[in-house]
Design a protein around this ligand. Structure first.
Ligand SMILES: Cc1cc2nc3c(=O)[nH]c(=O)nc-3n(C[C@H](O)[C@H](O)[C@H](O)COP(=O)(O)OP(=O)(O)OC[C@H]3O[C@@H](n4cnc5c(N)ncnc54)[C@H](O)[C@@H]3O)c2cc1C
Length: 216
């Protein structure tokens, strides 16, 4: 209603995403997200397993915050290298902090389930390569699995827009203005950019924006 009241010619939804951690066969309710740690919604544990299934910045930053308290921290990924989405210039300061505090990096292992066992959490670990199971006893499990688009506003506006939210990607890549017309009654064009489309990074969000707004 607020958007329509402004009677816009173009609406660009840039509402980002929110983390999700529902990735386990059992125990989703026992884990916290990297965002919970960074926002302070969850206090760092003292013996922590960080399962990083996204390979992006949030896991390393959460690890830094937890390790700074003196906690024992292990970062685990099912990938064969850790943090592939973090570029070298950002990785360097993170690694300086994490190695100084003896954070452990474990590659090629996958968190499958988390169970409560008294005051502890029992993490069940498997492998994409099969045939092996391990356990970890910790007091906190952090799951970093990227974000899901926060796209309610986009979908609420979609039907009323002239392009029904559609982007002509060939035109976008070629640097031409957007001219999709699906609903002649529509009074505004609708686009979404950045993490509201898919979990990515600031470069993708800025580049999406640049390619759309240069023609407005
Ligand atoms: C801890 C962390 C570290 C990161 N470090 C890096 C990095 O070093 N380099 C990099 O490239 N990327 C990094 N990223 C990823 C990067 O932050 C995101 O990809 C980027 O911010 C996405 O930009 P965006 O504009 O799409 O969304 P966002 O930056 O998430 O902005 C969305 C905004 O919309 C607002 N909003 C949501 N709903 C509504 C609504 N209904 N009405 C009004 N406002 C609304 C939100 O409050 C928010 O301010 C990091 C992410 C995290 C979590």
């Amino acid at each position: 209603e607020a958007v329509l009241a402004a009677d816009p010619e173009v609406v660009i939804v840039a509402t980002g995403g929110l983390p999700h951690t529902e990735v386990l066969a059992e125990g989703d309710g026992l884990v916290v997200s990297a965002w919970d740690i960074l926002s302070g919604d969850a206090q760092p544990g003292s013996n922590v397993l960080i399962y990083d299934d996204a390979g992006d910045y949030a896991a390393l930053q959460a690890a830094e915050k937890i390790a700074a308290t003196g906690a024992r921290v292990e970062i685990m990924t099912r990938d064969r290298s850790f943090a592939p989405e973090v570029m070298a210039m950002s990785l360097t300061p993170s690694m300086r902090e994490l190695q100084k505090r003896d954070v452990t990096f474990t590659v090629t292992w996958r968190l499958e389930a988390v169970r409560r066992d008294g005051n502890e959490l029992l993490a069940i670990i498997g492998s994409d390569y099969g045939g092996v199971t391990r356990e970890r006893r910790v007091d906190q499990v952090v799951v970093n699995h990227g974000t899901r688009p926060l796209d309610d506003v986009y979908f609420e506006l979609k039907e009323a827009s002239s392009n029904r939210g559609e982007v002509d990607y060939e035109a976008l890549v070629a640097g031409r203005p957007q001219a999709v017309l699906r609903n002649p009654e529509g009074r505004f064009q609708l686009f979404r950019i950045g993490d509201a489309v898919a979990a990515r990074n600031t470069h993708a969000a800025i580049y999406d924006a640049l390619r759309l707004v240069k023609d407005l």
